[in-house]
Write a protein that binds this ligand. Structure first.
Ligand code: HEC
Length: 109
């Protein structure tokens, strides 16, 4: 009885920590330009006309591989988007792709 409770608690603790970790990475390294919600309503977002990642059309027109590549290698269209492959682990980059997918707005613009 006691053992099972401990197991359940540690499992939920682990998933919670994972979600927090990717949110923290986003907050620390991406929010300044892309905004907390990916809409890029920031100074840099305005200056560089950064796309709104919450738009369903944005989400549909990029594959996970596209998103992953830009995070790892930078955006060839805009040097303000630096490569993160030396700053983040492959697992962190994968988690960010998943995190960006959660930003999709429920309705079409
Ligand atoms: C210094 C500002 C800045 C920071 C910090 C930044 N980006 Fe970017 N990002 C840009 C700009 C500018 C572009 C190019 C404009 C665009 O594609 O909308 C871009 C493009 C992208 C794209 C491709 C968008 C597309 O339209 O396909 C992705 C994905 C992305 N960034 C993810 C991230 C992630 C994840 C982080 C944090 C690890 C991050 N960015 C940090 C400025 C930034």
């Amino acid at each position: 009885m006691m053992k099972r409770l401990v197991l359940v608690l540690s499992l939920s603790g682990a998933t919670g920590a994972h979600a927090d970790a990717v949110a923290d990475v986003w907050k620390a390294k991406c929010t300044v330009c892309h905004g907390g919600d990916g809409k890029a309503q920031t100074k840099m977002g305005q200056k560089e006309s950064i796309g709104d990642m919450s738009r369903p059309a944005w989400q549909q027109s990029r594959t996970d591989a596209d998103i992953r590549k830009v995070i790892a290698d930078g955006d060839p269209r805009n040097s303000k988007m630096k490569p993160f492959k030396d700053k983040l682990t492959p697992a962190q980059i994968d988690a960010l792709v998943g995190y960006i997918r959660t930003m999709k707005a429920p309705t079409a613009p």
